[in-house]
Design a protein around this ligand. Sequence first.
Ligand SMILES: [Zn+2]
Length: 200
Amino acid sequence: MTIVYKPGCLEVIFGPMKSGKSAIFIRRFKELEYSDYKLIIFKPAVNTRELGVSSRAFDVKLEAIVIDEKNPELIFEYLKKKQYNIVGIDEAHFFDNHLVDVIDILLKEGYHVIVSGLMLSFRGEPFGPMPWLVGRADEVTSLTAICDVDGCNHRATRSQRLINGEPAPYNSPLVVIEDQSKIETYEARCVIHHIVLKNQ
Ligand SMILES: [Zn+2]
């Protein structure tokens, strides 16, 4: 049973691409909008495709404040301006690792923090601050998707990056956002179909 609000509580929602993280994050905050608690949501500037938090699953958007992912302490500036109870952080994997220190302070100050993000990068390795946050979490929602490879249908725990339809090499940049050109795209993959090309 999800706690609605508890000072010092950390909730983490994680999974690969297409696992419905945003849908659950949005649902959680939409539910909270009916409460008297004051909510504020942040997301990293690296992904400017969408200014708010949106989901492939349904057509509802949450407003979010976009901040520089290298400076997560900017969150403190916004919290000074007004009294909030619940702090949301979407796409937390893109933030610098000291997001963990920022969240520790928020928890000690009595905020309830709800985080969503990818646990693993396209390389299948821990992504940014996510593993440290999961280790600290009071409540964890671990999601999977269905493998995008035709006929597989296994649970997907990995995010596959493709460049022109081919698996991306290990040393390609850690952060590449899927854009309009569709040269670099992402799929959900099971462990068997997750491929990271070794560099020559
Ligand atoms: Zn598969």
